[in-house]
Design a protein around this ligand. Structure first.
Ligand code: KG4
Ligand code: ZN
Length: 377
């Protein structure tokens, strides 16, 4: 079946509880096939990324440009530098990916761009480029919620045989987000719990900084921890065993700072032991919270982990245990699909376009955009 955009005034619309107007599908169009590939654009934080997926969701081409080197001297992402870097690199990256995919713009079935949540400068650049392509080639545009893109990544073809089935529990573990989400369908998310202070990746980054590691601290801390003994530097497990599935990491970071202040000067082995102790505490807390979240969602068929921290082997192992005890398989997409990328954005676009969902070109990017706001009225 070919997919045609009806003139705007003919499309049925429904007002959602925020400012956007969603074009809702006619029942007859649900499950529609796309007639061509979809391009995805990601620019919500410090990765400039673009990908083209075919009608089934197979990756035809993808590229991610990390801005880490630009931000590292400042010990964190500088929004203005990020926005300028997206602007400098995105147009060429789009051309590169289109060429590598062997497609032309006119043959696409749609354009998907992250439109929030994230840093507004980068979102404006990515959404602007995406809307420009859509306008020039009369293609449907999907304003992708970046968190929805993480949430749906597990459904990419090839990750779970037959496709990851709804409903599942998502543990989103990144630098900016840390939450347990019941994923019940495309656009259907219930937040079960989340961090009450720092995101887990932020905790890794802050403790990394205390330990004198380069930013972002997570990967370097994991390498340092590999040579350490967690039992020599035990740390508290915040909220362990507490009802619900909220997280708290700022006290753990403070405990590390106090331990370090008390133990000066620190030998190399002490630093490794502290890194290992911190990592073990985080892994235990995440496993405990995941177990609680699974108990809160008895219908969950999978535990899906996403976000940069899901790259951590100790965290993955602890969560795999929690999933096994909860009687569900754990799905952890490959690391490059756990961290920010455009494959997940294009895929979220495909999931929405298949349901006949797309957005007007005047949809504004949103720095804050909770998943729960996607819920159909
Ligand atoms: O999802 P992501 O790429 O970007 C967003 O924050 O949206 O996640 C980045 C976060 C950083 O805080 C980084 O330190 C953390 O993920 N991270 C890790 C590891 N790799 C990345 N944390 C622990 N262990 C790792 N191996
Ligand atoms: Zn992300």
């Amino acid at each position: 079946m070919s997919y045609e955009i009806a003139p705007r005034e003919e499309r049925p619309t429904v007002q959602t509880d925020h400012h956007e107007t969603m074009h809702m599908p006619e029942l007859a169009t649900l499950g529609m096939k796309l007639h061509g590939p979809v391009i995805g654009i990601e620019s919500s934080c410090d990765e400039t990324a673009c990908a083209v997926l075919d009608t089934h969701g197979s990756i035809l081409a993808e590229a991610v440009l990390s801005q880490q080197a630009d931000h590292a001297p400042f010990g964190g992402v500088v929004p203005e530098i990020a926005a300028r870097a997206h602007l400098a690199h995105l147009p060429a990256l789009v051309r590169q990916v289109i060429t590598e995919a062997g497609v032309d713009f006119a043959s696409l079935a749609g354009v998907a761009a992250s439109c929030g949540p994230g840093l507004i400068g980068g979102l404006i650049v990515g959404a602007g480029v995406g809307k420009g392509i859509a306008l020039a080639h009369r293609l449907p545009f999907v304003a992708v919620n970046h968190l929805e893109a993480h949430a749906l990544t597990a459904r990419l073809p090839g990750l779970v045989q037959g496709g990851a089935p709804f409903p599942y529990l998502l543990l989103l573990l990144s630098g900016g987000h840390c939450q347990c989400v019941a994923v019940e369908g495309v656009g259907r998310y219930r937040r079960l719990g989340g961090t009450i202070d720092d995101a887990v990746g932020e905790a890794f980054d802050k403790v990394g900084k205390l330990l004198g590691l380069p930013w972002p601290g997570g990967p370097a801390l994991e390498r340092l921890a590999a040579g350490g003994d967690p039992a020599r530097q035990p740390f508290p497990r915040p909220l362990l065993g507490r009802a619900g599935c909220d997280f708290s990491f700022s006290g753990l970071k403070t405990a590390v700072a106090q331990r370090m202040a008390k133990s000066q000067p620190l030998a190399e082995q002490d630093r490794a032991d502290i890194a290992a102790g911190f990592q073990a505490a985080v892994a235990d807390v995440l496993a405990d919270r995941a177990a609680h979240a699974l108990a809160m969602m008895p219908a969950a068929r999978l535990l899906v982990v996403a976000g940069g921290v899901a790259a951590n082997a100790a965290v993955r192992a602890a969560l795999a245990d929690a999933a096994a005890q909860g009687g569900v398989p754990m799905v952890a997409p490959p690391v490059r699909l756990c961290t920010d990328n455009a494959v997940m954005v294009a895929w979220a676009g495909i999931e929405r376009l298949r349901l006949g969902l797309h957005d007007p070109l005047d949809t504004a990017p949103r720095p804050r955009w909770p998943l729960a706001e996607l819920m159909p009225a």
